[in-house]
Design a protein around this ligand. Sequence first.
Ligand code: SF4
Length: 432
Amino acid sequence: MGLGLTAKRKNGGGLAGRTLYVPQMAYAGGRLIAAAFRSIGIDATITPDSDNETLVLGGRHASGEECLPHKITLGDFLKICRQPGFDPAKAAFFMATSHGPCRFGQYVEYLKQELRNLGYGDVLIFSPSSGNSYDGFAEHAGELMRTMWVAVTCGDLVTKFLYKTRPYEITPGDTERAYRTTVHEFADVVSQQEVSFGQRYKQLVGLVEQMRDRFRAIPANYVKGRPLIGVVGEIFCRLNDFANLGTLQCIERLGGECWMSEFSEWVWYSNWNQRNKLTQQYGRFSLPYLKFKLKAKFQKRYSHGLRAPLAEDLAGYDEAHDIAHVLELARPYLPAEGSLGEMVLSAGQTIFMHSKGVDGVIDISPFTCMNGIICEAVYPAISANHGGLPIRSSYFDGTNVNVEHDLEIFLELARAYQRRKQHPRVYPSYFK
Ligand code: SF4
């Protein structure tokens, strides 16, 4: 059985009596994380859709040196603050953080300061960290941690189905509708209270099967030959259509198909970091290390369980779930021990995707993103060592530019590479 609601409210700590707003980093991810919070009695919802007002507010109250994800998140939070009847003492904003090398680690403090300056200092900033592999908020709520993990995995899976189906749909809009319906069904199950984790997990496996059948039923023309474009880069910008100006949809309109690195990649990477820290601090024969091993084992087990019904449909789209393998692939260019953060993931995933037969890779990053800039410096060497794979770095700063022209040229490069590449793509059996 699940925890009683009173106990659950205790787990929410300072969140009791507040509405927790979760940024819509991605359509699925934001909704499913908010649903996971609701499952333990926290009143959680998502921030409103980003729009021009987001950029105006974010731009007005930032110093100008912050990265685009911060500007968007701040703008969306401020839109909430400006809603009629808003009470700072009854609101909380969800903002993950990291102890990594880039500016991300400073944004929580910066956000607190900005809110204080604007008279919203009573808003609670709820902020788990990658330093403890984001399980700080689960200190008293292992249940939330488990639910969050399966929710994130379901979000990755439905997003994968969106990208692998939409380019081939016969009637525009069919796939998007299936995607949204599935996300809301997942969220309903994730948010249920008073059910055990086992019951919730079983229902989610059932929904994954329904999702598979729903997407299979979409009338589509699965003809081989579309260039497959790997999408890597900064996590917020690549997942957030508003931030990347609909780059993935544009690639599809131009005749390509996208395969984006999953959100869970960051969780596997955070685990890798946590394991190294625990080993150094306590050694392998210690309670903290044992607890970590149990958590990692659990995550693998449930991730595999949710993916199992999809094996046939995901042939050729297999993720590198051994993050150590991805980091080893990146090592000749960016050793993981020194190159912390998304840069090493983007470099490693690019090489992994090359081995799976992609026809090009696009790195989506915010303008001035440290990770993006370092990757851009090593991509020429990666390309040269991998058959001339086209790799393009695209930067976004919230300015409304037309991405189509650049992508048109990139797709031409991808088509040329496709004709001479050494690693053929594996297609699922439903392709003609
Ligand atoms: S990863 Fe890039 S965009 Fe994100 S905070 Fe760091 S420097 Fe900024």
